[in-house]
Design a protein around this ligand. Structure first.
Ligand code: UTP
Length: 297
């Protein structure tokens, strides 16, 4: 029987430079996809997977993110008074239980691995999940839930994985596959942002992880890796070197890289089209734009 995963780390201490100037004052994770901040999608996914404790690794300038999780009694009362019951329900669905959220500071953006290691005291000796809120995954069964189910079979460490075009592999952590079993692959190596010619495959790591507490120990021991940052990939690869199991999981769903402008715009269109209340108007507008572009060519 594998340990249940009840804790998740949300590393949100990055500088978000690709969204400057917005990220001068708005944390990237508060930017809205239709009408919900990115972080809300991540929280909803974690809850669906059975996560009960949420650890945010934050940094200077992220107070809007911390405030987002406060309850809003005045707003709730106003909506109740004006009979806006649907909105009231939407608002209440974002409320978090008191004590379920912890915030820990990363004082300098030294990399994703370093951010995760900042949450060590909250994790103790249990396996835990890591969710990067800027990877948004649209899926019938939420991605982390799929992984928790797969992990119940495999144990070890598990990373979400996705085939990317070979020329893009150098932007990701890339898996060296030992055995391909379909949705689950066992892994014999992992390399962060390899040069195109060194990439062991085009199966890339996406921002969902289930990790053993040993990875936390590895993070304290490894040197800086790609980009001069402490890399989570390197700490997971260390598990393989020490003879322990690491798996990639090919999730079912569509992933949007909301850390990039093009990815964010694509997600906005896709999530807008998925919404009953917006689909019609948005689709008509997109059709019109496409026709105008074609006519101009
Ligand atoms: P990114 O690589 O997207 O970096 O981090 P970033 O700083 O957020 O954005 P850009 O590249 O400057 O535009 C991936 C995830 O890791 C977190 C980020 O907040 C994001 O969720 N992260 C990264 C940290 O928490 N700390 C770090 O030191 C680096």
């Amino acid at each position: 029987m594998k340990n249940k995963i009840t804790k998740a780390i949300f590393p949100v201490a990055g500088l978000g430079t690709r969204f400057l100037p917005a990220t001068k004052s708005v944390p990237k994770e508060i930017m809205t996809l239709v009408d919900r901040p990115l972080i809300q999608y991540a929280i909803d996914e974690a809850r669906a997977a059975g996560i009960k404790e949420f650890v945010f690794v934050t940094s200077r300038g992220k107070s809007a993110l911390e405030d987002y999780f406060d309850h809003a009694p005045e707003l709730e009362a106003a909506l109740r008074r004006s009979g806006k019951d649907e909105l009231l329900e939407v608002l209440k669905s974002t409320n978090m239980e008191s004590g379920a959220i912890a915030y820990v500071r990363q004082h300098r953006a030294m990399g994703l691995g370093h951010a995760v290691s900042c949450a060590k005291r909250f994790i103790g000796n249990e396996p835990f999940a890591v969710i990067l809120p800027d990877d948004v995954i649209a899926a019938e069964t939420p991605c982390l839930q799929q992984m928790v189910e797969a992990y119940a079979e495999t144990g070890g460490c598990m990373v979400a994985a996705m085939e990317v075009p070979p020329e893009k592999a150098s932007s990701y952590g890339v898996l060296d596959i030992k055995e391909d079993m379909g949705s689950i692959v066992s892994v014999k190596g992992m390399v962060e942002k390899p040069k195109a010619e060194d990439a062991p495959s085009n199966l890339a790591v996406i921002g969902r992880y289930i990790l053993t507490p040993k990875v936390m120990n590895n993070l304290n021991k490894i040197d800086k890796g790609a980009g001069g940052e402490i890399q989570l990939t390197d700490a997971i690869a260390e598990e393989i070197r020490q003879g322990r199991d690491v798996f990639g999981y090919r999730f079912r769903g569509q992933r949007f890289d909301c850390g990039s402008k093009a990815g964010f715009l694509q997600a906005t269109v896709a999530f807008g089209l998925a919404r009953e209340d917006l689909r019609h108007e948005l689709a008509a507008y997109l059709d019109e734009m496409v026709s105008l572009r074609k006519a101009a060519q």
